[in-house]
Write a protein that binds this ligand. Structure first.
Ligand code: 8DG
Ligand code: MG
Length: 132
């Protein structure tokens, strides 16, 4: 059987202190306990940027004012292929929090640790660390 292809949009929410807001995936989700950039699946009739804005409202309660495409790549997991759209978000309204009960915290960009994220995030974390 062919692996399903899903599209995922996620936000690199960065404040003026070069800290990035991360959340921890919940028990029962795939990659439970991993850190993640908040985001989720792009709906069938949705643009990636629309999905980003919707997901950040739903998951961390912020209203995104502007978002810039940062990385776009596909990653093959054993059971699915994910096409990722990562956006840099530096302008928003509200204070992010784990709106679905998940933990959330600010981490300094240079201290991001790829080992705490799902495997797909490796290259992205490397790039973020190198750009500090
Ligand atoms: N949001 C997010 N997902 C990631 C990252 N890295 C990574 O491998 N993923 C994977 C985990 C999931 O398999 C998929 C994201 O889907 P999701 O479970 O967040 O989807 P969703 O928010 O729409 O949730 P649901 O309604 O389907 O439960 O992408 C990341 O940095 N952020
Ligand atoms: Mg999600």
């Amino acid at each position: 059987m062919q692996k399903p292809l899903i599209r995922v949009s996620a936000g690199i929410i960065r404040n003026e202190f070069k800290q990035i807001y991360l959340t921890q995936r919940l028990e029962g989700q795939d990659f439970a306990q991993s850190l993640e950039f908040p985001g989720g699946k792009v709906g069938e009739h949705e643009l990636p940027e629309e999905a980003l804005k919707r997901e950040l409202e739903e998951e961390v309660g912020i209203h995104v004012l502007s978002a810039y495409p940062y990385e776009h790549f596909s990653f093959e997991y054993p059971n699915k292929i994910i096409e990722f759209y990562f956006y840099l978000v530096e302008e928003w309204v509200g204070e992010p929090f784990g709106r679905e009960g998940q933990e959330g915290f600010w981490v300094t960009q240079s201290e991001l640790d790829a080992g705490q994220f799902p495997p797909a995030n490796g290259m992205l974390i490397q790039r973020l660390r190198s750009e500090c």
